[in-house]
Every structure is written in structure tokens, then in C-alpha cells.
Design a protein around this ligand. Sequence first.
Ligand code: CMC
Length: 435
Amino acid sequence: MSNEKIDRATLTFGDRSVELPVVTGTEGECALDISHLREKTKLVTLDPGLGNTASCFSKITYIDGERGILRYRGIPIEKLVEKVMFIDVAYLLVHGVLPTEEERHNFSQLLNFNSLMHEDMRHFFDLFPHDAHPMHILSTMINAMAAFYPNVDSKSLVENIDQATARVISIVRTMAAFVYKKSIGEPVVYPRHDLSYCANFLNMMFDSPVKPYQIRPETVRLLNILFILHADHEQNCSTTAVRVIGSAQVNLYATISAGISALSGPLHGGANQAVIEMLRTIQEDGDVDKFIKMAKDKSNPFRLMGFGHRVYKIYDPRASIIRRECEQYLKTIHYSDPLLDVAHRIEEAALKDPYFIDHHLYPNVDFYSGILYRAMGIPENMFTAMFALARLPGWVAHWQEMIGSQTKITRPRQVYVGKPLQTSDVFASKNPLLI
Ligand code: CMC
């Protein structure tokens, strides 16, 4: 193909032809603009799962799934995990640039001021069953935030985006730690003004009046890395949920609650918990090859959890970093996890298997993250909540971008394949109420 820029495409349908504009993104990716197709031709497009649909223009995150590239606002994630903290990345996603010293200080202060949830909300935690899944509790609690912080129309939230971001990411962190404390019957630990974002979370999770928690700098560093790697991933399922719901101009909290619900599914963020459950089952069974075979068997619903991705067709760049950090961290804290060995054996077997090679199935972000969370003492049912905490700035950034650029409600079409018009004799004396 020549380098000549193509800005039109011709679609022929029967004896008709229509010209469609072609738009080109920063990195050269072209898209056919079909927004006026129906108006001109009565045709709609069909793309279940939206695997071939760009649903918006976005300036936030760039992924090249063929080359394993992930950048936030143009900055490679490999650089971000080396050089900055999660709160810098939160600021970057929302503002488009990393904060200056002063901006960072102000944002940290906002995080601190907004870390307490309304005290009345604390009582809600008493009403959930103690073994309720944290993701179910979190989505409910976040939705309830609109009732406690009223006057949160889109305009006011966008105008004070730092405040809106800080409130969401700081309060939800407190909520997540409270969910855990409640589930184990311990008193909640309140946030501290003298701790950084990730250290504060670990302290709220693990400090206790009878056993003070020693915050290890290497654990704080690692949590920052994990949170940075999960902070955004362009138009994934939960972010799309946030954008779709936000397009009806509902408040930010309702959209985040929808994002949390979408993320909880095992095909999305719920995969990190499902991976550990799978690794344990394989460890107990001992036969890795049997599970590789099962994953390839189309009559068996079993899939290798933590493998495969809609966009990445090579190794997920987040998974490479997590795998490396996992090995280092386990060594540093002198912790050995037999599930890491099982994970290595699965990866090794899958990467040389023609089925996985042909289907471009590689470990994704969820394959090794659970092993790290386990090593940090995070309980398994909290894994997806960890993903959710990290994804909050991404959701806020996409919601803000959508509010600022999309004036239309998201409302796709369908191809109706149900019954044609039914005649009136379908009612023939079948329903006594009609007689
Ligand atoms: N194990 C075995 N086969 C698989 C797997 C897997 N993990 N993933 C995809 N395939 C096969 C699938 O059976 C299909 O085969 P065929 O074309 O022969 O029928 C082909 O690969 C394409 O699969 P798909 O389901 O059409 O692909 P998708 O892009 O719709 O789904 C996915 C992507 C992530 C949902 C899927 O790979 C999957 O279910 N993976 C396991 C769950 C998982 O790890 N999810 C976390 C995703 S990454 C983080 C996140 O999004 O939160």
C-alpha cells in the first residue's frame, strides 16, 4: 500500500454507491465514518461485541495490540511504572499532562480531604451479608454517593474535575478497605493524612488495634505499579459501560457504579480471581496438559483464565511487567507460592501449543496479578476490587472526555430477527381477560 493518505472510501450496495469519509488517528489507524450511512442508504452496520467498531475519538490511551504497546497520554507504561506514582498517573489521565510539584501537592491534599466517606454511609456496611462479594457492595455504595453528595450534575463535576476525581478515587479506596474489615469482623481503620495513596490503602486494610501493620516500602512500590498498569485501557467493556451510561447525562457516580458492575465479570476484571481459582484446581489435579487440552476442546466451556485478549495479539505488555515484578517481589519478601510454579508451567505449555499460537493467546494482565496480590496478603475476593480501584481514574477521564465531546446519547440500532407482524387471531379466545 502506498503512503498516500486516503480520506474517502466507496461502498457499493446493489446498484448504488456511496462515498464514506475515512478518518485517520494520530498513529495512522484509519476508520470508516459510517455515522451518516443509514441516512444515505437505509443500511446499518452489524458488529456484535463491537470488535470492529471505534465508538469514539479519544486522546487518553493508545494501544497497539499487534506490537504490544500501551501508552497513557503518549507516555509508555514502562516509563510510567519506573518514574511516577499512581496519583501522578491519575492526574495525567484526567488532565493530559503529569502534574507539576504544586499541582501534585494540591491534588494530594484533595485526596486527603476527600478520603472520609459520609459517616452515615458507614452504617450501610452493617446491612450486607458478611460474605457478600466486595464488587457487589462497592457498586451499590458508589451509586449511593449521589444521594450523599447531591448537586452532582455533569457540569459541576466537569468544572471541578480535580475535586470529582479526588472524591471518587479517595472515597472508593476507603470503602474497599472497609468492605474487607467488615468481612472479617474487625473494626474499620480510618485513612491517615500522613500516608501516600497506596500506603494508606494497605494500612486501612491491614492495621489492627492489636497488631499494628508494618508498611513495607517494597509493597507500596508494587501496589503503585499494579495500580498504574490497571489505570486505563481505552474502550474496554467497563469503560464503554461508563461512556454509554454517561451519555444519558447521569451523574458520575452512577456511571462508575456501572463500570464496577461490568468489571466484576470473569471475562473482564473478575478474571484475576478466576485465575487463582483455576491455578489452585490445576495444582490439586497436577496434570497441566489435561487443562490445556480442555481449553482447546470446543465442546468444553473451560477456558484458560488470564489468557487471551480482544486487542492484544501478542504478550500483553502489562503482563510482562507484572510477571517480572512478581518474581522479584516474592524473592524480596522470601515468599514462595506454589501457584507461581503452576502458572509458569501453564504459560510454557500454552506458548508452544499450536492452538494458542494460532489463536494469538498469551497471558493477559490478570494472569500473574493475583499471585502478587496473594503475596501482599490481599484476600482473593478483593482482587477484582483492587482492579476497580486502579481503574477509577481511567473511568473518570473517559467520562470527562465523553461529556466534553459527545453530544449524542449512545443508542445503537439492531437488526430485528423476531416474528413478523402477528395477525389479530393470535388472541383468539386464549386470554379470558379479553373476553
Ligand atoms: N482459552 C482458550 N481459548 C480461548 C481463550 C482462552 N482463554 N480466549 C479465547 N479463546 C479462543 C476462543 O475459543 C475462540 O476460538 P475459535 O475462534 O476457534 O472459536 C478464539 O480464541 C477467539 O476468542 P473470543 O472469545 O472470540 O475472543 P474475544 O476477543 O471475544 O475475547 C477474552 C477476549 C479476553 C474475553 C477471551 O480471550 C477470554 O475469555 N479470556 C479468558 C478470560 C480472561 O482472561 N479475561 C481477562 C481479559 S484481560 C483484562 C480485562 O479485560 O479485564
